[in-house]
Ligand binder design. Structure first.
Ligand SMILES: *[C@@H]1O[C@H](CO)[C@@H](O)[C@H](O)[C@H]1NC(C)=O
Ligand SMILES: *[C@@H]1O[C@H](CO)[C@@H](O)[C@H](O)[C@H]1NC(C)=O
Ligand SMILES: *[C@@H]1O[C@H](CO)[C@@H](O)[C@H](O)[C@H]1NC(C)=O
Ligand SMILES: *[C@@H]1O[C@H](CO)[C@@H](O)[C@H](O)[C@H]1NC(C)=O
Length: 353
């Protein structure tokens, strides 16, 4: 630092005040600007609405003050081949209907008024998981916010046609759920295919309640286990069906919580290449010590399975008795699964945390 400063003696008081004041104001400014540019802590309806840039809103309201009183009627009013985001704002209430977003109606943003306030409910069980689903999404580019989806079918006789009741079928590419809740028992969430994001969702079930072969990131989700006492086996949270080395599917759970009643496995292998990762998650003792199961995947080989954990904690995370083919990943091994790039999120998600 050259000593060429002509400043000598004390800085006059007024200058000092001005300097302090300026510093203070500019620091406020930095905080303010910074916070709007930083990654958000929570993705809320305002942020989604801002990012999605929808210029058409259809209001669904049970008191008749919207354009429709049924969600399906609102979906039906959107033309096939829709290219601009349409918001379907579903006001509070329980909507007793089945809802389908058909394959040719992409760019739909279903915005509920919060998962405790807006719900879709139906009651149906079937061996056909497409048939029973309360909400079926078959179009790409669909975002759902603040909504509960329930299949209220009583859990029927196990090993009968009444044993499966799907709440949601996510059956296309680029589907995201924020602050939603999925309620059922067997087969709650059919995470069928495509790239999906679940942010801060609540998922409840007893057996195979997150199943399919999608490539999905479950961020900060809460998984609530309810036991099915009529079944002797322990159920599993996940039943992932990846079938080959080339297939880029698999469920990744991070920063979530798993707890509830009774005991389940984290996953059962439903395909020879089944891939599921639980990372940085709390596991209560609802998780059995073996952790993972081969139930009904019985060609004998376990070498291609990827049933893995990384830095989980809680009483259900003890690894001593874990199935010997399951993996505790290293930081390097887990890396690619824990970023939004796992589902190419930067290319299609309106927002993520
Ligand atoms: C919505 O915005 C898109 C461009 O983002 C524009 O092409 C379309 O005409 C707009 N639709 C309406 C109904 O304003
Ligand atoms: C399952 O149900 C869906 C929807 O109702 C139907 O289109 C499909 O054909 C059914 N699949 C079978 C195998 O019955
Ligand atoms: C459900 O029922 C089908 C056929 O009825 C049976 O194959 C399947 O094993 C049953 N699943 C469970 C979990 O009970
Ligand atoms: C893994 O455990 C099974 C029993 O669950 C056993 O049959 C098998 O030999 C074990 N494999 C290895 C590599 O230890």
């Amino acid at each position: 630092m050259p000593s060429s400063s002509h400043q000598s003696g004390p800085i006059p008081c007024l200058t000092l005040y001005v300097l302090v004041a300026l510093t203070f104001i500019s620091s406020l400014d930095v905080v303010h600007c910074g916070s709007s540019k930083q990654k958000p802590n929570v993705v809320d309806a305002h942020l989604l609405t801002e990012k999605i840039h929808s210029n058409r809103t259809i209001k669904v309201c049970q008191d008749g003050k919207g354009e429709f009183t049924s969600i399906q009627a609102a979906i039906d009013s959107i033309p096939e081949g829709n290219k601009d985001w349409v918001t379907v704002h579903v006001r509070k209430g329980v909507y007793r209907e089945k809802v389908t977003i058909p394959p040719k109606k992409p760019f739909i943003y279903i915005r509920g008024n919060g998962k405790g306030r807006t719900a879709i409910a139906w009651s149906q069980s079937s061996t056909n998981n497409t048939e029973s689903a309360t909400l079926k999404i078959q179009a790409p580019n669909v975002v759902v916010f603040g909504l509960s989806i329930k299949n209220e079918a009583p859990t029927g006789i196990p090993f009968s046609s009444q044993n499966q009741s799907v709440a949601v079928l996510a059956g296309a590419d680029m589907i995201a759920f924020y602050h939603c809740a999925f309620f059922s028992t067997h087969n709650t969430l059919f995470d069928y295919k495509g790239r999906h994001y679940y942010d801060t969702c609540y998922i409840q079930g007893s057996i195979d309640f997150i199943f399919g072969r999608a490539r999905s990131l479950y961020h900060m989700c809460e998984i609530f286990v309810i036991e099915d006492k009529k079944v002797e086996i322990h159920g599993s949270i996940t039943a992932q069906s990846r079938e080959s080395l080339k297939e880029n599917s698999g469920f990744v759970f991070q920063y979530g919580r798993v707890y509830g009643m009774g005991h389940v496995y984290l996953g059962r292998a439903k395909g020879a290449f089944s891939r599921v990762v639980f990372a940085n998650s709390y596991l209560s003792n609802t998780i059995v010590p073996e952790g993972w199961s081969l139930w009904r995947y019985d060609d004998g080989g376990t070498q291609d399975l990827f049933q893995a954990e990384y830095k989980c904690h809680g009483p259900g995370a003890t690894t001593e008795k874990r199935a010997n083919w399951s993996k505790q990943l290293t930081e390097k091994e887990v890396g690619a699964f824990l970023t939004i790039d796992y589902i190419d999120g930067k290319e299609w998600l309106p927002a993520w945390i």
